[in-house]
Design a protein around this ligand. Sequence first.
Ligand SMILES: NC(=O)c1ccc[n+]([C@@H]2O[C@H](COP(=O)([O-])OP(=O)(O)OC[C@H]3O[C@@H](n4cnc5c(N)ncnc54)[C@H](OP(=O)(O)O)[C@@H]3O)[C@@H](O)[C@H]2O)c1
Length: 331
Amino acid sequence: MTLKLGIIGTNWITKMFVEAALATKQYELVAVYSRTEAKGQDFTTNFAGDQAVWTDLNDFLQSGIDVVYIASPNSLHFEQAYAAIEAGVNVIVEKSAFDNPEQYEKIYSLLQKNPTVKLFEAARHIYQDNFKIIEQKVNQMAHISGATFVYEKYSSRFDDYLAGKKPNVLSREFSAGALADLGVYPLYAAIKLFGLPDDQFYFATLLDNGADGRGTVILRYPKFDVTLIFGKSANSYELSEIHGRRDTIVIDNIAELGEVKYDDGQGNVTVISQPAPDNPMVQEAEFFANILQNKLQTPNDYEEATILSQKVNLVLTKLRHSAGIKFPSDQ
Ligand SMILES: NC(=O)c1ccc[n+]([C@@H]2O[C@H](COP(=O)([O-])OP(=O)(O)OC[C@H]3O[C@@H](n4cnc5c(N)ncnc54)[C@H](OP(=O)(O)O)[C@@H]3O)[C@@H](O)[C@H]2O)c1
């Protein structure tokens, strides 16, 4: 049986997710929601088969879909996910899922009242085999001295910002900015590998509109610190590293996970990664489908993913507040 998939948001990331979902053979795309009929119809031309296009969210959610992939601006995730859960539709919501723990709490309460519905945050990198390889290696290391994760890419939307426009992804109004966008990847990696930090600090470089264009986070753990460097206003080619004593895991890119090496500090360097998949969303799409189709390999997978997502949300919010960055939903 395939899952009947509906999508919200018609940008390139949705196309990539649908291609990943179809590649797993566990989904069929049946419904597209867009604010405009023309954009919705245009999106369907990327795919074979018949898809209904909806411009009314409730009609879309009532159209018989099993699961919705939400890739709208962050500030819309909460109300769209809430409406989907109320309609009995499973949710895959793009990162960052929700603005703050208050929103998460409301979603969580609603899920408790609708126990057949599941919600996932699409943090694609942690579902990749290369992330699991890193996790296994970290667990084998005798000692952790610290880590530095870097993800900094100049965004074409930064050109728009410089031209005086208001791109959603660099705007507090849409619950966006460097931390909520690219910063989520290194933060997810840190919390998945090392758990919740004892304390956290965010040194943000703010744009004229009050959103963060780039920044540095320090996560303090009892015996080490983890530094996260990310942004949308410059390109960085720095590696990410996890430090043991002599030994080091060296990662080309903490969000893309193209190549991972283990350097034992005694002259031996081994590539421990596998070739990265062409579409980085296939493994998450497979994970979500397996859970929705009750093909669980480990009974706690879903609960663990949910708890991790909530922890990331909590730390993300603390970091944002520590830098004085407010979103409209914080009021
Ligand atoms: N996992 C990844 O690798 C990855 C990569 C990129 C983005 N993302 C995530 O995907 C989500 C979307 O990001 P994006 O950069 O694609 O956002 P975006 O371009 O600002 O908007 C995405 C879609 O939402 C709709 N939309 C745009 N502005 C809107 C508005 N003012 N009100 C209502 N709907 C609006 C549009 O669809 P219609 O015009 O058809 O309604 C648009 O295609 C974010 O949560 C982001 O973090 C994830």
